[in-house]
Design a protein around this ligand. Structure first.
Ligand code: ADP
Ligand code: ZN
Length: 740
């Protein structure tokens, strides 16, 4: 019988502490329990990560657990294990890793379901003498009649609706005519969003083969990861749905991860619609939930009431117990990477979770990350392919529009004439078009044509963007915003030259080219609330919008059969980013964007505007040639020692003083060099590509290694439990995706 527990307190330390379990709590303190503990002079919350027989702590110093919070093992053991792995692999304090597997909404000491008073009638007829008595208590009578007519409800709402105060209801309760009792009110975000049940599609042969492989792995003793490479519109979702149905029939549960950006009402509805007929709960976890909704969804999952969980990045920690399958849709998406500590990648955590729990993991994408592609090529993952779109729908034709053809001195073309004509043809035929540009605002570079002065952010090393709607200059990295100067502050010349056009300007240009068309814009400037997003997408689906302009928000996963024309305003933006994955990103983006076109019976067309028409990423995308792209890009990666052949670690330093920040990083770099890490290359320290953000200077150094598992544990002590000089922040990012 263990009498000791190792507890991770909710403070940012890389340590667990041993506590005695008092006799009165012997039965309640289990692995994963949420407990109240004395900690220094305070009492705080902690989580039991291990039960022990012995401890090094002297009996006199040993303190006891005070109380168990919550009804039973709060955290499933698997999540503790996963947190421990993350702490090690991503070099994070154990507490930080543990806190990231538990949403804030359930961590709080008194987080609980919402209790409200519920009113129900105990009888439907009034005994004669009571009826007489009620005649003298008019408001009680009104309340009684109201309840009989409208049925039970929450006390607060009944008093409002009936106009009878709480006293009247209590009076009825005293007469034993009604019951008023606390009841849990479920904060369900989808309570008022009913869906019609959908039926499974009969699978085509490619889908059948894919499903068969997934089913094999679901039943395997040691399942392998399955990589489902399916072109856009090939019916990957249908394969997920039928795999999940299979898992449910085995009495197990399923977890589906989608990128936050793809977690549209459309996606969620797909899943809810398919399983609405079966009595299984579908829980949804995403960033738009309220704290209360998040708490309730988590608890439903924990209690086994929700059998399917669909969510963004952090849903990989959903507390499902009998998991049968983890699906990671759009596995190549960079939004799976957490940008704060622990810097985990949800796809990789999913693979790890599958490994620890012996659960099948299905990674799906039209453009698998080169990492996953490489694992499949090496036989570590099982590869299944869907090469055809469903129902013989053809892949769209991709046209490359060379923007260099404008003559010298002419203003650069925003929307090329061929693209304008293509849109016009769609408007005439009542088909829809999407135009895509990964830059919001009107113009992101305001320059004085006389002296060359440009408007820069005072806090960051980037230029300010002019937002015409708001008539302000804004920084996209910090909160800075300011008025547009009437003339150049350096030389007094007016006006500015506006270049580097954004979505607002494209919207404007289209409105003047097509004055009668119904045009909408979607970017994070005008889509702040989730409702705006859902409404615009709904209007587009209903054909109330002809032309949609937007940022990558509209590039992913959406299915609109009437869209037959897609334009990419500037394919080069992403190519200019100094990142070894720039090519891969552009290729993925073009394929995804192209995937929005021609998903119905009319063949789609895609127009890609560029100044580098012969860039391999653009040429391979044009021919829908994933294999060709992967082969040539992998050759580059191999010769340059980049992933997937080697792993990267990025050490960065940030601080207000340029000299001090660089100094601290250089000292740390020397310490790393002294470790003499095996098969590891340490680059030079250098300013980050964005050298300053929010008044902080940024320097970084990249490590590349073939021995990640040997290297991380040796780096750990250099980074954890260590005091850096004030206001200098040091971060180690294992497998970074953002090198800016
Ligand atoms: P992907 O995720 O691969 O881009 P989807 O799963 O969105 O593709 O499928 C595209 C469309 O085809 C959806 O409307 C889906 O309902 C439909 N679909 C999927 N499988 C089949 C099938 N076997 N027969 C007919 N339609 C299908
Ligand atoms: Zn700024």
């Amino acid at each position: 019988m263990p009498r000791l527990a190792r507890v991770v307190p909710e403070v940012s330390l890389d340590r667990a502490f041993d506590y005695a379990i008092p006799d009165s709590l012997q039965d309640q303190v289990t692995l994963g329990a949420k407990v109240r503990i004395p900690f220094g002079s305070r009492q705080i919350v902690g989580y039991v990560v291990e039960l022990l027989e012995a401890t090094d702590v002297s009996p006199r110093a040993l303190k006891s657990i005070l109380e168990v919070l919550g009804p039973r093992a709060f955290l499933p053991a698997i999540l503790i294990e996963l947190a421990q792995w993350m702490a090690l692999y991503y070099c994070a304090p154990l507490t930080v890793a543990l806190m990231s597997v538990l949403p804030k909404a359930v961590r709080h000491a008194d987080a609980s379901f919402k209790q409200r008073l519920w009113v129900e009638a105990l009888t439907s007829t009034l005994p004669e003498e009571t009826a007489l008595a009620l005649k003298r208590a008019r408001s009680q009578l009104t309340a009684w009649v109201y309840l009989q007519k409208n049925g039970p409800g929450w006390l607060a709402e009944l008093t409002q609706a009936s106009g009878c105060g709480a006293a009247a209801w209590r009076g009825l309760a005293e007469r034993n005519l009604i019951a008023i009792a606390p009841r849990t009110q479920d904060r369900d975000p989808y309570l008022h969003a009913p869906v019609a049940e959908s039926t499974p599609h009969p699978l085509n042969p490619e889908q059948q083969a894919a499903l068969a492989v997934v089913r094999e792995e679901i039943s395997a003793a040691k399942p392998r990861v399955v990589l489902l490479h399916g072109v856009t519109g090939s019916g990957k979702t249908e394969v997920y749905l039928q795999a999940i149905a299979h898992v449910l029939s085995l009495g197990k549960s399923a977890l589906v991860l989608v990128p936050e950006i793809a977690l549209t009402p459309q996606t969620v509805e797909h899943f809810r619609a398919r399983f609405v007929g079966q009595k299984v709960g579908v829980a949804v976890l995403h960033s738009h939930l309220s704290t209360g909704e998040r708490h309730d969804q988590w608890q439903h999952i924990r209690a086994g009431r929700a059998r399917i969980v669909i969510g963004a990045r952090s849903a990989v920690f959903a507390p499902l117990e009998d998991l049968g399958l983890i699906v990671v849709d759009e596995e190549h998406e960079h939004s799976y990477k957490q940008e704060e500590s622990p810097h985990y990648h949800a796809r990789d955590v999913a693979v790890m979770r599958g490994h620890l729990e012996r659960v099948a993991v299905l990674l799906g994408s039209a453009t698998p990350s080169l990492e996953s592609h490489h694992h499949a090529a090496e036989g570590k993952y099982r590869l299944v392919e869907l090469l055809q779109r469903v129902e013989d729908i053809q892949m769209p034709v991709i046209h490359i529009l060379d923007l260099r053809t404008t003559k010298k001195g002419e203003p650069p073309v925003l929307v090329a004439p061929r693209l304008v004509e293509a849109i016009r043809a769609r408007l005439d035929r009542h088909e829809q078009s999407i135009l895509f540009l990964n830059r919001r605002g009107y113009s992101s570079f305001l320059q004085c044509p006389q002296c060359g002065h440009s408007e820069m952010c005072p806090n960051c090393s980037v230029s300010l963007t002019f937002h015409r709607g708001a008539d302000r200059l804004r920084c996209h990295l910090c909160d800075f915003s300011g008025p547009v100067p009437p003339a150049c502050p350096q030389c007094g010349h007016a006006p500015y030259k506006y270049s580097r056009s954004g979505t607002e300007k494209v919207e404007d240009a289209l409105k003047s080219a097509f004055p009668t068309a119904r045009i909408a814009r979607m970017d994070s400037d005008n889509m702040r609330g989730k409702d705006a997003y859902a409404k615009t997408l709904g209007d587009f689906a209903d054909g109330k919008i002809d032309l949609l302009v937007g940022t990558q928000m509209i590039a992913k996963g959406l299915h609109f059969p009437r869209v037959t024309c897609v334009g990419v305003i500037n394919a080069d933006l992403a190519l200019q980013i100094p990142d070894f994955r720039a090519s891969e990103r552009v290729f993925q983006l073009l394929m995804q964007v192209a995937g929005r076109s021609g998903r119905g019976q009319v063949r789609g067309e895609v127009f890609v505007q560029t100044r580098v028409p012969f860039h391999p990423a653009i040429q391979f995308a044009r021919h829908h040639d994933y294999a060709g792209f992967a082969q040539q890009e992998l050759e580059c990666r191999r010769s340059l020692h980049f992933p997937p052949y080697e792993r990267c670690l990025l050490v960065s330093a940030r601080g207000r003083s340029e000299e001090k920040t660089l100094f601290v990083l250089e000292q740390l770099t020397k310490e790393i060099a002294r470790l003499d890490l095996p098969e590891t290359e340490l680059m030079d320290t250098a300013p980050a590509p964005i050298a300053r953000i929010e008044e902080r200077y940024r320097f970084q150094v990249l490590l590349r290694t073939r021995r990640i598992m040997a290297v991380v544990p040796r780096l750990r002590p250099l980074f954890l439990d260590r005091n850096w000089p004030d206001d200098i922040r040091i971060v180690l990012d294992v497998d970074p995706v953002d090198l800016l």
